[in-house]
Design a binder for this molecule. Structure first.
Ligand SMILES: Cc1cc2nc3c(=O)[nH]c(=O)nc-3n(C[C@H](O)[C@H](O)[C@H](O)COP(=O)(O)O)c2cc1C
Length: 381
């Protein structure tokens, strides 16, 4: 892992370890993958201008994420079924996050129980939900998350329907991945991954096994039927009341919706396009951020995600109004490359980048980042 110098190096190792269908599930986006590419490209285009002759002998990187301290301005975004990428899965990521002093967010589609993730991370831990038709199941899940010490709730709102990720059907990808005549060549080419899959517990949405019992079809079918496509702001407000603690709405794109988030009780507005996996015609998230930050005007946290591959990307997002940044693929590639050690490596790379960038722009504290550090001609806060 020490040989990986960049997040791109971890991605290259992940590509060598995973069958194509699993690698592509992490790597890919919706339709023509324009939004995915734009997220990265537009972040890269943002330029920082330094203050010089500033004492940067000590650099402060701590922020608040959903009311909890985070040692870094980046934290773990929720992603489905991590055990597909490495059998240590969510627990490996949660432990690496705990070691780095940053919050972990467990996806509703996680492949590890709420209780074991809760025990693996003593700090800020967030649970991500969708609104299920059966509100009783939602209530029960929230109660479990509370009992396991989860501190924040994230409602993801950019999945009214599943995005059109064309790599998946082309590769015959399923959750859990199947070894059959369509996938034999790619899976047999990755024997270490295949051995792990064959010798470990089945990969499934662990937190809904009980709820799905007694219903026809498997747990995946149960969740598919539970997905409520009629969800509106009233449901978001209900969720905020039901949780009664730090609450983020993830997948917000406009200033008007950011204001609605505040009206319905959100304590964090999360600018995201699901890493380009949903609406392919979405603008780059970094282009959406300034207007959302302006609308929120300090009344709530502003979380940013999409395309963070280097620490300087997070510094740019904070300068453009985010209070923290979530990472998806950056840690998933680390997980796939080397389990917990790979995630630790990804976080160490990002931390070193963030510290270096802050020193290079003469900003010894992330709290001091503002539009002042963004070069002329760039979107400003
Ligand atoms: C493989 C994968 C699975 C994901 N699963 C979820 C999920 O279950 N829930 C969710 O809210 N977001 C999910 N996301 C979106 C991430 O939380 C995040 O918004 C996105 O990855 C950020 O973009 P980045 O990957 O460029 O950092 C997923 C992303 C990836 C790459």
């Amino acid at each position: 892992m020490q040989q990986a110098i960049t997040i791109a190096d971890l991605r290259a190792i992940a590509r060598r370890r995973l069958p194509r269908m699993v690698f592509d599930y992490i790597d890919g986006g919706a339709d023509d993958e324009v939004a995915l590419g734009l997220n990265e490209a537009r972040l890269r285009e943002v330029k920082l201008v330094p203050d010089v002759l500033v004492d940067v002998s000590a650099v402060r990187t701590g922020v608040t994420v959903l009311g909890q301290p985070s040692a870094l301005p980046v934290f773990i975004s929720p992603t489905a079924a991590s055990r597909m990428f490495h059998t240590a899965g969510e627990l490996a990521v949660a432990r690496a996050a705990a070691a780095a002093g940053i919050p972990y967010s467990l996806s509703t589609l996680g492949s590890t129980t709420i209780e074991s993730v809760g025990a693996a991370h003593p700090g800020g831990r967030n649970f991500q939900v969708y609104v299920w038709k059966d509100r009783g199941v939602v209530r029960e899940t929230l109660a479990r998350a509370k009992a396991a010490g989860f501190t924040g709730l994230i409602l993801t709102v950019d999945v009214p329907v599943a995005g059109n990720r064309e790599r998946d059907p082309r590769n015959h990808f399923t959750i859990p991945p199947q070894v059959n005549w369509h996938t034999a060549t790619q899976t047999l080419a990755r024997p270490a991954w295949l051995w792990d899959l064959a010798t470990s517990a089945p990969i499934r949405p662990e937190n809904f096994i009980e709820a799905s019992k007694g219903h026809s079809g498997g747990v995946m079918e149960f969740l598919d039927r539970q997905f409520d496509r009629a969800v509106t702001w009233e449901d978001a407000a209900w969720m905020a009341r039901e949780w009664g603690g730090p609450f983020a709405i993830k997948g917000v794109a406009t200033a008007a919706d950011a204001r609605r988030c505040l009206d319905c009780g959100a304590t964090a507005v999360w600018v995201s396009n699901h890493g380009g996996r949903q609406l392919d015609a979405s603008p780059a998230t970094i282009d959406l951020l300034p207007a959302v930050a302006e609308a929120v005007a300090g009344r709530a946290e502003v979380i940013f995600d999409g395309g963070i591959r280097r620490g300087q990307d997070a510094v740019k997002a904070l300068a453009l109004g985010a209070t923290s940044c979530a990472i998806g693929r950056a840690y998933l590639w680390g997980l796939a490359a080397g389990g917990e050690a790979g995630v630790r490596r990804a976080l160490a790379i990002l931390e070193a980048d963030i510290r270096r960038t802050l020193a290079l722009i003469g900003c010894p504290d992330v709290a001091g980042l503002s539009g002042r550090f963004i070069a002329q001609g760039q979107p400003r806060r």
